[in-house]
Design a protein around this ligand. Structure first.
Ligand code: ADP
Length: 395
């Protein structure tokens, strides 16, 4: 019999393998840790090299900066950027977007002196929107340039609006003031002719009335624009608002044979300033009368649905051309300046409505068609009529 099956077996005593593998593991693991450590040190050193010369604490300051701030290295790489500088689109994917800022940084490096400029820059590399920024660049340590930018867009826009407003006011006042002067002269010259005196005196009164109305509206509008929210707020029922606004227009409506029809949820309540709400509705009704033919019918309807109170003023008057409908709430805008001026309109009425309603947390909308008429709708939050449930009571 030959030897019983001979097969190579690895079955042997392997206890020696355990210490060997431990030693091996320690060597390999140790080397890896060592390598990682070296790599980390290198990274740290690289970072230190990259930010060497950036004074201590600048990082932290840039992080909490409200305005846009960034630090550039000698090749205009962005070393640090505040969140606002990214929001303004000055830094995109970690890189500086605008050459104008790179040029300012270059000037600062050459001269060593800080530079301030007002720049109009695109908001990021692809946006059409521009921002006007006041940018200041100054040296930071030996190698870096600190750039700070403040957004001036809104304040410049407000300046332009203010200038525009003043120019418009002067223009609007010039006409009636000139007319008053001329009429006074004509009156003097016609002192022997009672008929002419009566006619000129009537015109004089009309121009004086217009001056008073424009002045009143300008005061009203600037008061409304000065504050955002109605301060003297109290529950106001629509019945009061509609009744007062209709009363104030009664004489003119009767003079034109216009019927004012009111209806709907007149008991609806909103929180607000009654006088302001009356002014807003008064202006809408006055316009509806002014831009309707004699004998027209004007509806003033109230509805309260899902916490919103709507007051609708509907006329079947001349209507507003489609391409001008977006502009009717602008100050001094008139679709037909000649007609509006003849009827004493200042172009401020709807602007007052818009601000009065916005100050109440509401809005105003218009639907109109030339020849068919217009509907202006004021929407306001309805005052809560039931108590707000306390925690846990809500079903
Ligand atoms: P105005 O004092 O000229 O009436 P508003 O600000 O009240 O100024 O209105 C601006 C313009 O909107 C008016 O000049 C007129 O062209 C148009 N408009 C306002 N309400 C109506 C309406 N109910 N029907 C037709 N046009 C209107």
């Amino acid at each position: 019999m030959g030897e019983p099956g001979c097969y190579y077996s690895v079955h042997m005593d392997s206890t020696w393998l355990v210490p060997v593998s431990i030693v091996f593991g320690v060597i390999v693991g140790g080397s890896l840790v060592g390598l990682l450590h070296i790599a980390a040190r290198r990274g740290e050193r690289a970072h230190q090299v990259a930010t060497a010369g950036v004074p201590d604490g600048v990082d932290a300051v840039i992080d909490v900066l409200e305005s846009a701030g960034l630090v550039l290295d000698p090749s205009n790489q962005v070393i640090k950027a505040s969140p606002k500088s990214i929001a303004f689109g000055l830094v995109w994917n970690g890189a500086l977007v605008h050459n104008e800022i790179a040029e300012m940084a270059a000037r600062v490096r050459r001269s060593g002196e800080p530079v301030t400029e007002e720049l109009e820059l695109s908001r990021g590399p692809i946006s059409d929107a521009n921002l006007v920024l006041s940018v200041r660049a100054a040296r930071l340590g030996a190698r870096y340039v600190l750039v700070l930018a403040q957004d001036r867009t809104e304040s410049l826009r407000l300046d332009a609006v203010r200038r525009d407003f003043i120019a418009n006011i002067s223009h609007e006042l010039k006409t009636p003031i000139g007319a008053v002067g001329l009429l006074a002269e004509a009156l003097e010259a016609a002192s022997d002719n009672p008929d002419q005196v009566r006619r000129f005196a009537l015109s004089l009164t009309k121009e004086a009335d217009r001056l008073a109305r424009i002045t009143q509206e300008i005061i009203e509008l600037s008061r409304l624009q000065a504050t955002d929210v109605v301060i003297d707020s109290e529950p106001v029922t629509m019945r009061q608002v509609v009744a007062h606004a209709v009363d104030q227009n009664r004489v003119v409506a009767d003079g034109q044979g216009v019927t004012l029809v009111t209806g709907g949820d007149l008991d609806a309540v909103v929180n607000g300033d009654e006088a302001l709400l009356v002014t807003a509705l008064h202006n809408l009704i006055a316009n509806a009368i002014q831009y309707s033919p004699r004998g027209a019918r004007i509806g003033i309807g109230v509805s309260a649905v899902a916490g919103i109170v709507e007051i609708r003023v509907t006329d079947q008057g001349v209507g507003i051309p489609e391409d001008e409908i977006d502009r009717v709430f602008e100050r001094f805008f008139r679709t037909d300046p000649a007609r509006s001026r003849n009827t004493g309109g200042s172009g401020l009425g709807l602007s007052i409505v818009k601000h009065a309603v916005q100050n109440h947390g509401g809005d105003v909308r218009v639907w109109s068609q030339v020849g068919s008429g217009s509907t202006f709708t004021i929407r306001l939050p309805e005052a809560a009529t039931t108590a707000v449930p306390v925690n846990g009571d809500r079903q």
